[in-house]
Design a binder for this molecule. Structure first.
Ligand code: FPP
Length: 249
């Protein structure tokens, strides 16, 4: 039997978003790409405000990928300045609203000032547990798996781990995302339909929702629509199709 819209459904507890389309948003308005990224920060603020109201407990957003270094230097500089822009305006509110902030990804390559800011945001919100915000910055799914493999190899070489004990669960603990559950739902706005090296290991059983809206225009209604789409999915984690789904065709 298919779910009718009136039936209560569990919201996805952990949602991950690839915040894509800032450049196109700016281009359509004849603006520099930097202004698209700044508008993207405003969309992030709206989303962080809406998510807990819609029942989401954790949100992971893709702020800067290990591949984004290939962009022109001026754009990289603008992207590097976005966390400062966000925390200067919002960190006090995040702290007050019970949001715990964590940054994942490689810290190498980031300026000392930016590293200090990420550490400060994590420290100031470490006692919070109403909502978790994970910012993937200088993050790449493959890079994170490589870094985890390197740490694990080091532990084996130094006798802290044994090859025969390595399992999916133990490997997961070496990822920079280890403190978070895997995402239930990965959303990509902007019309592109790929993961672009985001949470490759963690999204093994995530539902994927692609939306035709550019990230700077993203608002509560778009998030609610993605959750409504998620509610229609039957998650099987490799198990068999249920009779309900077969009956619904
Ligand atoms: C991709 O759009 C977006 C990014 C590379 C940056 C996303 C970052 C934010 C929205 C803000 C981040 C804020 C914090 C606090 C980390 P694109 O430029 O590739 O868009 P396009 O595909 O239209 O060119």
């Amino acid at each position: 039997m298919a779910l009718s819209p009136s039936e209560p459904t569990e919201p996805p507890l952990h949602v991950a978003i690839i915040m894509d389309g800032n450049g196109r948003w700016a281009k359509r308005r004849g603006l520099p790409r930097t202004l698209g990224h700044r508008a993207g920060v405003e969309a992030l603020k709206r989303t962080v405000a809406a998510a807990p109201e819609l029942g989401i407990r954790s949100l992971t957003v893709f702020g800067f990928s290990t591949e984004n270094w290939r962009r022109p230097a001026a754009e990289v500089a603008e992207l590097m300045a976005l966390p400062k822009r966000y925390f200067e305006s919002d960190l006090a509110r995040l702290e007050r609203d019970g949001v715990r902030v964590r940054a994942v990804g490689r810290r190498e390559g980031l300026s000392p000032e930016l590293r200090a800011m990420l550490i400060q945001a994590e420290a100031r919100t470490a006692h919070n547990d109403a909502f978790q915000l994970q910012i993937a910055f200088n993050y790449g799914g493959q890079a994170d798996i490589v870094d985890a493999a390197r740490k694990l190899a080091q532990d084996v070489a130094e006798g802290r781990a044994r090859p025969e004990d390595i399992s999916e669960a133990t490997f997961t603990r070496y990822l920079s995302t280890a403190d978070f559950p895997p995402p239930d739902l990965v959303i990509r706005p902007s019309g592109e339909q790929r993961l672009s090296n985001f949470l490759l290991w963690e999204s093994a059983y995530s539902e994927l929702v692609f939306q035709n809206v550019l990230w700077p225009d993203y608002d509560r209604e778009h998030l609610a629509a993605a959750l409504a789409e998620f509610a229609k999915r039957e998650r099987r984690f490799g198990g068999a199709v249920s009779d309900d789904v077969l009956a619904a065709g």
